[in-house]
Design a protein around this ligand. Sequence first.
Ligand SMILES: *[C@@H]1O[C@H](CO)[C@@H](O)[C@H](O)[C@H]1NC(C)=O
Ligand SMILES: *[C@@H]1O[C@H](CO)[C@@H](O)[C@H](O)[C@H]1NC(C)=O
Length: 265
Amino acid sequence: MHLFYVSAYVSLFVYAVAGRYTSRTAGNCMPLHTNFSPGSVASRSSAPGSSPFIAVSPEGSYSTTDGGLKLFLQRPSGKITTDGGVNDKVAEGATINSTFTMLYGKLTVEVSGSTVSGIVSAAILIAEEHDEIDVELVGGDQTNWQTNVYAPSPSDKEPLWGVFGEIENLPARGSIADMHQYTIDWSAERIVWSVDGRVVRTLRPEDTRKNGTLHYPSHPSRVQLGIWDASSPQGTAEWANGPVNWERAPERMSAVVRSVTVECP
Ligand SMILES: *[C@@H]1O[C@H](CO)[C@@H](O)[C@H](O)[C@H]1NC(C)=O
Ligand SMILES: *[C@@H]1O[C@H](CO)[C@@H](O)[C@H](O)[C@H]1NC(C)=O
């Protein structure tokens, strides 16, 4: 064997044995453009095989269709009581992970979200270390969308929820219910969020300094697509203009992800 092949073989082996470690330190970014044809999402009970995505939520909570990936959220069964600004039952919406991680790179999603108050449709990058880079469509605020990051530091007394969040406009007369293209362009130097090709926010590491520590996402992250019920706890429900009023809300709601594009660094 040529030395190149030997070393390629050895690194493959090392990758297989220490896959988790390798993917956590370097990421295993996969350039990708998908419209979610059947087979692109492995169910949570099956082996992912070569599927770029795997469901975190049960089968039936999502479907791959000609129009893209449909994410559903179903009313919890039984009586739901609202008290003190929260619901006593919270629906479990669809959540889909990528099977690959990326450490820096560019994520573009075409998504239309639910406009029900208290429901959030989201496309995020999330790391095992709990770093997040978020695009969130908050049902109770149809003409805006939100950007956010988390990167917990051991010296934080409490999670910095909302501290780095920002509300962004949609292009003229836009609604989160319409298909828009949201982009997270992430490097070690900055995160740039865009909608329909228009830059709305640039965040640099220095902008994330709190209490002397940077809170800048810097770990390999999965793409996570989801629709969730923000009807509890109270702070979350308030942020999402919730809790969901199930006397008026439909029994089943959905968000549609028409495509996902990943460009690796
Ligand atoms: C989905 O991603 C989260 C965040 O990285 C991780 O904790 C969880 O185990 C993942 N689940 C699956 C099924 O990939
Ligand atoms: C600020 O950091 C110090 C340690 O560097 C920690 O003891 C303290 O709890 C932190 N304060 C907050 C508000 O996170």
